[in-house]
Unconditional design. Structure first.
Length: 183
């Protein structure tokens, strides 16, 4: 009886230790998943406060639009937008603490938005690409996820043992094992 209790206690300690080690070696990542299947397209390690953006051609006014984000408290926050013309879906009124300035190229830059995104979702363009910019690199979402894919962006911890490396041009993007090798 004493051996069974000792074995059970040892097993419990091992499970707790394994869980603690997994958590300790699970970096915070920007994770891109298929909205329907949950397939992980990419997971990029990020630090608290790290910024990224998504640029795309607006479907109505046909000019580029960039949406700026930051990872804060394990969540994604919209921090600003850059527009080159007004049109449907473009902010016309500043809300609360938002600020607007005109950039050197005539672009409209809205900053101080600070809106939590639940969830952050993009449908990848079929005519023009959506481009993720992170860590000084650009990743075309059409190549990564496929045209017309519905992609959810989250901030989540991913265990290091689940990573393999896959190359997108000069950018080495860690991707969890088991994801497909889209070309």
């Amino acid at each position: 009886m004493k051996r069974k209790k000792l074995a059970a206690a040892a097993a419990a300690v091992l499970v707790i230790a394994a869980a603690a080690l997994t958590a300790a070696f699970s970096p915070l990542c920007l994770v891109l998943r298929d909205a329907d299947s949950g397939e992980v397209y990419a997971a990029v390690p990020v630090k608290e406060g790290e910024e990224f953006s998504v640029t795309f051609t607006h479907s109505v006014n046909k000019t580029d639009e960039t949406e700026l984000y930051a990872v804060r408290g394990g969540e994604i926050w919209l921090t600003g937008c850059v527009y080159y013309s007004f049109g449907a879906g473009v902010a016309e009124v500043l809300d609360g603490s938002w600020s607007l300035r005109i950039g050197d190229a005539g672009e409209m830059i809205i900053s101080d938005i600070n809106m939590k995104m639940e969830p952050l979702r993009y449908v990848v363009g079929t005519v023009s690409d959506h481009v993720l910019s992170i860590k000084g690199r650009q990743i075309g979402l059409r190549e990564l996820c496929g045209q017309n894919s519905s992609v959810i962006f989250t901030a989540a911890r991913m265990p290091l043992y689940s990573f393999k490396r896959r190359s997108f041009g000069a950018f080495r993007l860690p991707v969890p094992d088991g994801s497909d090798e889209r070309k």
